[in-house]
Design a protein around this ligand. Structure first.
Ligand code: ISL
Length: 561
């Protein structure tokens, strides 16, 4: 397998609004990030992924872009951004930028032009406009990701435009070669500035089924079959690759809701020249009740589903494509609250989850604050939430679906994107050291206990455990490249697997439960001797031949001899 920096590196995701505020306006900014580069270097990450910092009216916190080549005023200037790029590069880290081109903001000049007239308008076809059905209703019955119809009626020209996300995020028309060229030109602009790649937002949504047909017969329905992995998606990605990416030492990761391992192989097979890796969502779906209201309909997740999904991805991409590894990001709840424990066992469970992510085959992503074991937030009232998806859900659930406010809040506590968007907890001073002003969203009240200052001072912290995992990855190519094999498939508490690279073999044993769990070596490993590589509790350096009684959320990694 070809060795590359993006297979061996660890990526750290920054959500700029919530990372560090230098200016005292309560909003994180580029200078704030710049002031924390030594922190990132000390943690040991190789690549930084910056969520959008472009000019935006912030209907969706920067995922609605009104100028792709300018910096958002609240975040600073192009000079600040250049200083950030340089600061990363001189420290030996790389920078990947978010590329949000399924849609733009409705305040982008392309859309302003596009909506201005129907005839002889070179920008009309940059977006997806359709007349209503003969009865005046929307052109089709698709739902938007964030609730309600995916179409908005525009008085000016009497047609509807498609928006898979909010009304202020009109979908770009990738069928139009001129639009595609504009996008490639914009990508070149950033590449020429010296960036090291892109994270591509919902990139498998850009090709829609010709004719934009209804999804079934319901009044409104999820139309994913007509826009996820659509008919021309591979053609577009290959064209993008040829046009701007080929021949550069960069990395690309495509965010792809609804992607299957079979599709992911097509996207990431190096011979096909599309993207290096994708973000899949199957792991994120294991606590969603089927047939309910999407992610808001909760169901407890089960270890057997985590094993099955992970094993499928690990196995099916091995030798054919490449995995990215994450358990949380700016759209997902905090992993320790969701898959571990945010009570007394918080630290040890955060370390267990980190061990899991960093010992799978693929590229691990750390979302800001994960390295501190930051937890979900429970704001007492809906008024304190900021996320457009959360607010839309609350309104719809309570007004249209007959949920009680308490039911809606329970789902928000579990799944709201704002769980991940409360500011970084730097220290135990006012506002967690994030801002001297009033933060744009509430700070998690546990910042006095969970913060970077405390974590850096405590050798046993989650933070130092991440440093060790990242350090190990530098010394042991098996962590990136080794082949994965599941053990003890039916064990209800333990997730165990081996990794194998040439003659080297590692054994990973993870107790995902809050109780003790007994690990007995399976037949194929009987008699093997092991040497401890890392563990989240004190443990002997040798591997006990008689089996191991694991403590709550205990994680151990051995090299087998
Ligand atoms: O956030 C989600 C679930 O809570 C997803 O449905 C999410 O909308 C989807 O993963 C796409 O996410 C990306 O594009 C969105 C943006 O709001 C997200 O922040 C971004 O990661 C639209 O640009």
């Amino acid at each position: 397998m070809e060795r590359t920096f993006w297979k061996e590196g660890v990526v750290y995701q920054i959500y700029p609004r919530s990372f560090m505020d230098s200016g005292g306006d309560g909003i994180g900014d580029l200078k704030g990030i710049l002031s924390k580069l030594d922190y990132l270097k000390y943690l040991g990450v190789d690549i930084v992924w910056l969520s959008p910092v472009y000019k935006s009216p912030n209907d969706d916190n920067g995922y609605d872009i009104s100028d792709y080549c300018a910096i958002m005023d609240e975040f600073g200037t192009m000079a600040d951004w250049e200083a950030l790029l340089e600061g990363l590069h001189i420290r030996g880290m790389r920078l990947i930028m978010d590329l949000v081109v399924n849609h733009s903001s409705d305040e982008h000049e392309w859309f302003v032009e596009s909506r201005s007239s129907k005839e002889n308008n070179p920008y009309r076809d940059y977006y997806i406009w359709r007349p209503g059905k003969p009865d005046g209703t929307e052109p089709n019955n698709w739902l938007s990701f964030f609730g309600g119809s995916a179409w908005a009626y525009d008085e000016g020209t009497g047609e509807y435009y498609l928006h898979l996300f909010t009304k202020k995020q009109p979908d770009l028309n990738w069928e139009n070669p001129k639009l595609r060229k504009e996008v490639y030109g914009m990508m070149s602009f950033w590449l020429e500035k010296g960036i090291d790649g892109f994270r591509m937002d919902v990139i498998n949504c850009i090709s829609k089924t010709e004719g934009l047909p209804d999804a079934g017969t319901a009044r409104y329905a999820w139309g994913g079959e007509h826009f996820l992995n659509g008919p021309r998606i591979h053609e577009y990605l290959q064209e993008m690759n040829r046009s701007v990416l080929a021949g550069r030492d960069i990395m690309t990761v495509g965010e792809m809701p609804g992607v299957t391992p079979e599709e992911a192989v097509l996207y990431t097979d190096p011979e096909r020249r599309e993207v290096h890796m994708v973000f899949q969502f199957e792991t994120m779906d294991i606590d969603t009740a089927p047939g309910g209201s999407g992610k808001w309909s909760l169901k407890p997740w089960e270890l057997r589903d985590l094993k099955a999904v992970t094993t499928k991805w690990q196995t099916e991409l091995h030798g054919k494509g490449w995995n990215s590894l994450y358990l949380n990001n700016h759209d997902q709840p905090r992993m320790v609250s969701r898959f571990g424990s945010d009570g007394a066992l918080r630290k040890v469970s955060a370390k267990l989850l980190a061990t899991f992510l960093h010992t799978l085959q693929g590229t691990p992503y750390i979302y800001q604050g994960e390295e501190l074991g930051m937890t979900n937030v429970r704001f007492p009232s809906i008024q304190e939430y900021k996320d457009v998806e959360t607010l839309n859900f609350y309104r719809e659930a309570v007004n249209e679906w007959g949920w009680t406010p308490e039911q809606a809040m329970a789902s928000i506590y579990a799944k709201s994107r704002d769980n991940a968007r409360t500011p970084m907890q730097w220290d135990d001073s006012a506002n967690a050291g994030f801002t001297t002003g009033t933060p744009w969203i509430g700070i998690h009240p546990n910042y006095t206990e969970i913060n970077a200052k405390e974590a850096m001072a405590d050798p046993d912290s989650v933070f130092h455990y991440y440093r060790r995992l990242i350090g190990l990855r530098r010394e042991h190519p098996i962590m990136a490249y080794g082949e994965y094999r599941l053990l003890l498939e039916d064990h209800p508490q333990i997730y165990a697997y081996t990794r194998q690279l040439e003659s080297e073999q590692w054994l990973v044993i993870l107790n995902f439960s809050e109780g003790e769990a007994r690990f007995e070596s399976p037949e194929e490993l009987k008699g093997a001797e092991g040497q401890l590589i890392i563990a989240n509790y004190p443990a002997d350096p040798g591997m006990p031949a008689s089996g191991i009684t694991l403590r709550p959320y205990e994680a151990r990694v051995y090299r087998l001899k």
